[in-house]
Design a protein around this ligand. Structure first.
Ligand code: ATP
Ligand code: MG
Length: 422
């Protein structure tokens, strides 16, 4: 809240009538008036009071001469701000000239009217107020300027610190990049060694395995002569183990190919019905062995999909073989293919009425080499790589895998692939 103070006026005149006349008019018009009858007295008042806005001075006041009074004012740091209006009488023009040389602000010639007095006083008071306000703004500006300068100095200091830090970081980045380059080189070399090792391993393992499988198949067809029951049983077991081993080698190779970014899809038009039938054929025997009923349904709009035929068959056979593996005897499994023309997706679902998967176990699926700990998992061979490959291959096609399952009731695995026929 701004407190309005009345401007203070000091009247210096030896004539009591003049003093009273001025005092009465000014007080009525909201000025605070101090009066003095001599120059000496006026100086004492000025010394003791603050903020005298204006002095009305009769230079002819006895005692201290008006001009001496003004000279004292001029040389006093405290009082030199006070503005002076001299009071003169007709015929005292030479005083006005002298007074204006001495630096007075204005003059009033007696007899003056109330309006003249008020107008002159108001003028000087306003001038002084404006001057004060200007000085105040100036002081404020100087302070702001100083603050801005300090802020600029602080900014410069921070910038130079940041620059130092940036240089240190650049240096560190250069060093780290050099280290990384060395590490990368070593990694690339290791990866090359690993790829080479896997390639030769696969060759070394697959060649004898194919020989074992070929020979045992031939013997089972009795090319080398009739077999006894015992010999047939042993040969069947040799063939089964050989196939498991071959699938293990193939799966491990596929996973490392994907991880090295070296599995490439051979995309082309795939006849959905035909890839389903050939995948179903692979599980026909094991399903029959467990008296599991196999259902299949292909949506009549889902005819052709753009995919890698061999990899799609790998996905379907893994899901189907899992369904057979994890469904007890006399259960049911099924393959359903549904096309969603709106979302341009095709869904391959394999369902079963098997052992199901608990919620905690669901989070473990799709991790390499994970076989959920169940009696059936332990009973059946497998590497725990089938679902990992299913997921990765589906993703390489731009698709995904989802699972719904209830323990003891069965599971539904769905692979969804983008569906464009051409
Ligand atoms: N239909 C299913 N019902 C119940 N559990 C399943 C089913 N499918 C997969 N699982 C669980 O998920 C695990 C991982 O399956 P995945 O196909 O990856 O491996 P696997 O079949 O054990 O071995 P692989 O497929 O490499 O021969 C299985 O071991 C099994 O515990
Ligand atoms: Mg499997």
């Amino acid at each position: 809240m701004k407190i309005e103070t009345k401007p203070k006026i000091l009247v210096v005149d030896n004539k009591i009538d003049t003093r009273d006349f001025i005092k009465k008019i000014l007080e009525k018009n909201h000025y605070e008036v101090l009066i003095s009858s001599s120059g000496e007295d006026a100086l004492t008042i000025l010394e003791c009071s603050d903020q005298i806005a204006l002095i009305l001075l009769n230079v002819m006041t006895p005692g201290l001469d008006g001009f001496e009074f003004m000279s004292i004012l001029k040389h006093s740091p405290k009082m030199k701000q006070a503005k002076v209006i001299v009071l003169t009488a007709v015929g005292e023009e030479q005083i006005i000239v002298k007074a204006s040389e001495a630096g007075v602000a204005d003059y009033l010639c007696k007899p003056f009217t109330k309006w003249e007095l008020l107008a002159r006083v108001k003028n000087q008071v306003m001038l002084r107020q404006t001057k004060n306000e200007l000085e105040y703004c100036n002081r404020k500006n100087i302070k702001l300027h100083q603050k801005a300068r300090q802020e600029i100095i602080e900014c410069k200091r921070i910038t130079s610190k940041l620059e130092e830090k940036r240089e240190i970081l650049t240096h560190q980045v250069v060093e780290l990049t050099a280290d990384l380059k060395v590490a990368n080189k070593e990694l690339a070399q290791t990866a090359r060694l690993k790829d080479g090792f896997l390639a030769s391993m696969s060759h070394e393992l697959r060649t004898p395995l194919n020989a074992i499988l070929g020979i045992s198949e031939g013997m089972l067809e009795e090319i080398g002569g009739p077999l006894t029951d015992k010999q047939r049983k042993s040969l069947i077991s040799i063939e089964e183990s050989g196939r498991q081993l071959l699938s293990l080698v193939n799966n491990i190779l596929d996973v490392s190919r994907i991880e090295a970014g070296k599995m490439y899809l051979d995309i082309g038009p795939v006849f959905v019905e035909s890839v389903c039938q050939s995948s179903l054929r692979l599980i026909k025997q094991p399903a029959q062995k467990k008296q599991i009923k196999v259902f299949s349904h292909v949506d009549n709009i889902a005819n052709i999909v753009q995919a890698d035929n061999r990899r799609l068959k790998q996905i379907l056979s893994n899901m189907l073989s899992n369904a057979v593996k994890f469904t007890p005897e006399n259960g049911k499994i099924g393959l359903e293919i549904v096309g969603d023309p709106e979302k341009r997706m095709i869904h391959f679902t394999v369902w079963d009425t098997g052992i199901g998967i608990s919620l905690e176990q669901l989070s473990q699926l799709f991790k390499p080499f994970v076989q959920l700990d169940s009696r059936l998992s332990r009973e059946y061979s497998g590497t725990g790589l089938g679902l990992v490959l299913t997921q990765r291959i589906a993703e390489m096609h731009g698709g995904s895998v989802s699972v719904e399952s209830k323990v003891g009731q069965g599971s539904r695995f769905t692979v969804s692939l983008p569906w464009h026929e051409e």
